[in-house]
Ligand binder design. Structure first.
Ligand code: AMP
Ligand code: MN
Ligand code: MN
Ligand code: MN
Length: 295
């Protein structure tokens, strides 16, 4: 059976996590993860480091990425698992997706300055590990550490979501493009944390059907973003649409993330785990050297 501790969604300092790919690999291993994917936002720059560090610990990996998409006016995240991290079309698509982030961040800072919070662009930049990938998370950490809010969730609630002063609408990749970049790179596309989107039932149905029409094959059922009721609901959705099921903590930072690496419940047994369909894409650690050598 699939009682494998797979954690197929996590972030390093190459996007908006705080740990290096090496430190994240070590933490995943220490938490009992047996199959790990680093899925930085719109970026594959940590993949080779993550694999090397994981393999040194005997930990198997799937290469991964989490692509920001705009669908029906909402931001949707599509995780790609088992991708080739050196695929040209995927790399180009991700570079284009990252492209507007700096300008957006400057506009966010202007919105915050207008409500009496100056210097947020420079402040957020101090938390950024990859200058190409300044995100709302970095603003949130700056606003917590400078005493504006007690925790990152309240920063998002008060400043960084729609209708609040630091929110700037942004156009990300198209759904079909993201799915094709992933499948073209040998991977499987997975809808990340579906319960997080504020879609009507009609719009959610459109997301799933269009995603499948473009070649998408999976959905996250077990994620740090889902309540128990949402886990059950999206288990049913996976069956209804014939989708593979994924499991991933969405870990970003010690003390900040709600769910620890490797700590989610197993997938319900009636679902087909996405990693079984990706067996041929798993990067296994090199075999341990034989104990008996030449005499
Ligand atoms: P961005 O790609 O710059 O729009 O930033 C999105 C990131 O912000 C997500 O990947 C999460 O890491 C983080 N995020 C979004 N909403 C929240 C929230 N309500 N609380 C904490 N972090 C959030
Ligand atoms: Mn994030
Ligand atoms: Mn996400
Ligand atoms: Mn994520």
């Amino acid at each position: 059976m699939h009682l494998l501790n797979a954690d197929l969604h996590s972030h390093s300092s190459v996007s908006d996590g705080t740990l290096s790919p090496e430190a994240l690999a070590a933490r995943a291993h220490a938490q009992g993860v047996q199959l790990w994917a680093l899925t930085d936002h719109d970026e594959l720059g940590g993949q080779h480091r993550a694999r090397a560090a994981a393999h040194a610990l005997g930990l198997a990996v799937l290469h991964g990425v989490e692509i920001s998409v705009t669908f029906a006016g909402e931001t949707v995240h599509i995780v790609g698992l088992g991708v080739d991290p050196d695929d040209d079309a995927l790399l180009q698509g991700l570079a284009a997706t990252r492209g507007g982030r700096e300008q957006r961040a400057r506009a966010m800072a202007a919105g915050l300055a207008a409500v009496g919070i100056p210097g947020a662009f420079e402040g957020a930049l101090r938390y950024v590990g990859n200058p190409d990938l300044i995100s709302r998370t970095h603003f949130a950490r700056f606003l917590v550490d400078s005493g504006v809010c007690p925790d990152t969730h309240s920063v998002f609630r008060r400043y960084l979501t729609e209708g609040h002063p630091g929110f700037v609408p942004h156009r990300w990749a198209r759904l079909g493009d993201a799915v094709r970049w992933i499948t073209g790179a040998g991977g499987v596309a997975v809808i990340a944390h579906p319960a997080r989107y504020r879609f009507s039932p009609t719009a959610e149905y459109a997301l799933f059907t269009e995603f499948i029409a473009h070649g998408g094959r999976g959905v996250e059922v077990m994620t740090g973003s889902h309540s128990h009721a949402e886990q059950l609901r999206y288990a049913d959705t996976a069956l209804e649409f014939g989708l593979l099921a994924s499991r991933g903590s969405d870990f970003h930072a010690p003390g900040e993330s709600r769910t620890e690496l490797g700590a989610l419940p197993d997938l319900p047994g009636r679902l087909q785990p996405v990693w079984e369909a990706l067996a041929h894409r798993i990067q296994h650690p090199p075999a341990a050297p034989a104990l008996t050598g030449p005499a």
